[in-house]
Design a protein around this ligand. Structure first.
Ligand code: N01
Length: 492
């Protein structure tokens, strides 16, 4: 079939398919509406909005990015209850925003896209339910930390009690008065430790690697402040800006420069926090042997307090296997348990996958990404025209607000979409040379970061290169302000 001519393209409204109805999918829909595009569908495999906040419902779940920063810039929420609000409140916020902008009307829930192929100038979409669709553009808002990673521990199937991943919490299982094991010491496990101690009879935290923990108090926001934010949006905006600048100037600088004074400050704060642990043996067990922020930094108001509770037990012996009654460690000891929670993180190299994605001339994304995923500015892939990712590979991840990242990226993507809308071209994708050059520069810049100072972490790809944005956040903002069109292939 011949391609649409430029005239046809202009006479027909552009159609968009958004994959995923989490934070970035809802954002895409709102921004498409705002730009006057009405022909779009969000496909969501689950039955409600919310993405990561729909999936992560474990005890203690919260966002460790302060709430007044972790909301859309165009829909600030004066009613956040805490500096870092709990997960259910964040989920309710996203559902409210989706409702406010009537996004439901354009969303197909319980519908999982299984295959997309670029053919004859359009994307052809197939769902697992056998539906077919077409679109001029695909916006992949599929999330980063989405596919649970299950550990390769012998006997995982042998445990006779409930065993589940932190992102698949089984709410039919009561935890009150139970002996619960947490495997892992990432941000999820640290939040769960604070969330469960005092409720369970015994909490066993199986630690493979100790973590540096930055103390982040989480007080309630008082009524007076909420009322001020309700009546004076400028005051709320200035609170947001303060958080934003503080984060950009301090934390974002600390992680990209292992020799920065900002990183020294983070290290000092973490060390002083560790010193609050009174038992010297426990303190030593919790003491990491790598630099603070090498792994994704843990922010917690209460972890050390919780782990010092008499009902909490830090297990540092390596796990030997899981048995019907509990976990056996290599010292031969069986830790008898009622419930095991795998807080073992996510497969961070998936992005759009397992969707089968076929680009121009039959090129398969799975082959292009066989070694590892990549994307120019984390947004565009050569030979996959009119497909843009939000929070795609190697973007600013970690302790950044992914909402800010996605908003900046969408404004950038909109400028590329406009090229097609204006009839300047029909297909837009990054040139191979530009993508390669960007990746070379990126890999080179990661050498200055704290992420390569000697630790195991999910930031590191199969080569040990951080899969993240290694420059200042200000550079990201500058890059997102205006696409360098010479880096793009614009097919008329
Ligand atoms: O996962 P992780 P997470 N045997 O990959 C251990 C975001 N997040 O779900 O360190 C024993 O960090 C593994 O050990 P080690 C945030 O970006 C945000 O906790 O590799 N242990 C590690 O301790 C975060 O970084 C919020 O030695 C095993 C743990 O499992 C990201 O999600 C809240 C093991 C995995 O830690 C992921 O955090 C929560 C094995 N076989 C999460 N395999 C916010 O507040 C793995 N481990 C925004």
């Amino acid at each position: 079939m011949p391609k649409n001519t430029s005239k046809e393209q202009q006479s027909k409204p552009l159609r968009f398919v958004v994959i995923g109805a989490g934070m970035a999918g809802i954002l895409s829909a709102i921004k498409l509406q705002e730009a006057g595009f009405t022909d779009f569908t969000i496909y969501e495999k689950a039955d409600r909005f919310g993405g990561t906040w729909r999936e992560n419902t474990y005890p203690g779940v919260a966002c460790d990015v302060p709430s007044h920063l972790y909301n859309y810039s165009f829909s600030p929420n004066p009613d956040w209850t805490h500096v870092c609000s709990p997960g259910d409140e964040i989920l309710a916020y996203f559902e409210d925003v989706a409702h406010k902008y009537s996004i439901e009307e354009n969303t197909k829930f319980n519908t999982e896209i299984s295959r997309i192929e670029f053919q004859d100038g359009r994307w052809h979409i197939e769902t697992g339910q056998g539906e077919k669709d077409e679109a001029d553009f695909i916006i992949a808002a599929t999330g980063v930390l989405h596919h649970p990673s299950y550990p390769d521990i012998e006997g995982l199937e042998d445990f006779k009690g409930p065993l589940f991943h932190s992102a698949r919490w089984d709410h039919s299982v009561p935890i009150e008065g139970k002996r619960v094991a947490l495997i892992g010491t990432g941000s999820s496990a640290i939040q769960m430790t604070g969330g469960m101690v005092g409720t369970v009879s015994d909490l066993y935290l199986f630690q493979r690697t100790p973590q540096w923990v930055l103390p982040l108090p989480n007080p309630e926001i008082d009524e007076e402040t909420k009322e001020l934010y309700r009546t004076d949006p400028a005051a709320m905006q200035s609170a947001r800006e303060e958080l934003y600048n503080n984060f950009s100037d301090n934390f974002a600088t600390a992680v990209i420069d292992a020799n920065s004074p900002q990183l020294q400050m983070v290290e000092q704060l973490c060390k002083a926090n560790l010193d609050t642990v009174t038992d010297p043996e426990l303190r030593e067990q919790l003491h990491p042997d790598y630099r603070a922020a090498c792994k994704r930094l843990i922010m917690s108001p209460n972890f050390y307090e919780a782990i010092q509770d008499p009902s909490a037990h830090l297990i540092t012996e390596k796990i030997s296997r899981i048995e019907p009654n509990g976990i056996r460690t290599v010292d031969g000891k069986l830790h008898e348990l009622d419930i095991i929670v795998l807080a073992t993180g996510f497969r961070v190299d998936r992005f759009l996958r397992p969707i089968e994605v076929v680009g121009r001339d039959g090129v398969a994304l799975d082959e292009v990404w066989a070694q590892r995923p990549s994307g120019y500015l984390s947004i565009s892939i050569p030979n996959f025209p009119n497909l843009f990712m939000l929070n795609g590979p190697n973007g600013p991840v970690g302790n950044f607000s992914l909402i800010d990242v996605a908003e900046l990226q969408f404004a950038y993507i909109m400028q590329l979409i406009d090229l097609v809308k204006q009839g300047r071209c029909q297909e837009v994708s990054v040139r191979q040379e530009a993508a390669d050059h960007f990746e070379e520069d990126r890999v080179e810049a990661t050498k200055n970061t704290v992420w390569v100072t000697g630790c195991r972490s999910w930031y590191l790809d199969d080569r040990g290169v951080p899969a993240s944005w290694p420059w200042a956040f200000s550079r990201f903002r500058e890059e997102m302000a205006k696409p360098k069109l010479e880096h793009y292939e614009l097919v008329p």
